[in-house]
Design a binder for this molecule. Structure first.
Ligand SMILES: [Zn+2]
Length: 229
């Protein structure tokens, strides 16, 4: 109890000194947001969104002008292109807060990986979330298998190893396969040289998994080998 109060107090102090937005300033002279504070900011924003108390802060002209010369997003969100999962809305964040990478099935190919590394190395972001979601069409297509048209196969191929790793072990393959895809991606990124592995190993950054619920809007977190159900 005391521990969580102290953590809350720390977050409050950080927020005060970076007002008006959590990410505070631009690339030049900005104050870095720690991974733990970034996590708290996202979870707090998700609670506001879920309970229909979203503030929609930092989405106005003032904020637009404030960050025009540089960005310092406090979190990288890698999520599905699905129109029902927009990060700035479900975490109640504003302009310049999140560095978002969206591909169907929240896959992380080389271009996505390069984008994550750019945010971590050049923008000073210490927090990465791989966000899957309930009822993901890309995962469903992978579960169903068979031939897919055009370049959709590129997406399916990226998800297939995770789905295959739990195939035959569950009655709900789309859901369990999606979670395996998220957790597998998190573990892969944690050991990806040279930028991410080094920063995770020295405790400078966090890479976590998330699962967005389409019904109630909640984001559950997978971290240190378990889900926070
Ligand atoms: Zn999806």
């Amino acid at each position: 109890m005391i521990k969580s109060f102290l953590f809350f107090l720390t977050c409050l102090i950080v927020l005060t000194f970076t007002a008006p937005g959590p990410s505070g300033a631009s690339e030049s002279g900005s104050q870095t947001i720690s991974a733990k504070t970034a996590h708290w900011l996202l979870m707090d924003g998700n609670k506001r969104y879920m309970s229909e108390r979203a503030t929609h802060k930092r989405q106005d002209r003032r904020r637009r002008i404030e960050i025009k010369d540089g960005q310092h997003p406090f979190a990288v969100i890698v999520c599905c292109s699905d129109s029902r999962v927009p990060p700035e809305i479900i975490f109640d964040q504003g302009l310049g807060d999140l560095f978002v990478i969206r591909l169907a099935g929240n896959i992380v190919d080389d271009a996505a990986l390069g984008s994550i590394e750019y945010a971590v190395e050049h923008l000073g972001t210490n927090y990465v979330m791989i966000l899957g979601h309930e009822n993901c069409g890309a995962v469903k297509a992978t579960v169903e298998g068979g031939k897919v048209p055009g370049h959709i196969g590129h997406v399916v191929d990226a998800i297939k190893p995770a789905v295959d790793s739990v195939r035959g072990k569950t009655a709900d393959l789309p859901e369990v396969g999606m979670r395996a895809h998220v957790t597998g991606t998190v573990e892969r990124l944690k050991t990806t040289d040279p930028i991410l592995k080094e920063k995770v190993t020295n405790g400078q950054m966090m890479i976590v998994g998330g699962r967005y619920d389409l019904d109630d809007g909640r984001v559950n977190i997978w971290n240190e080998g378990r889900w926070d159900w």
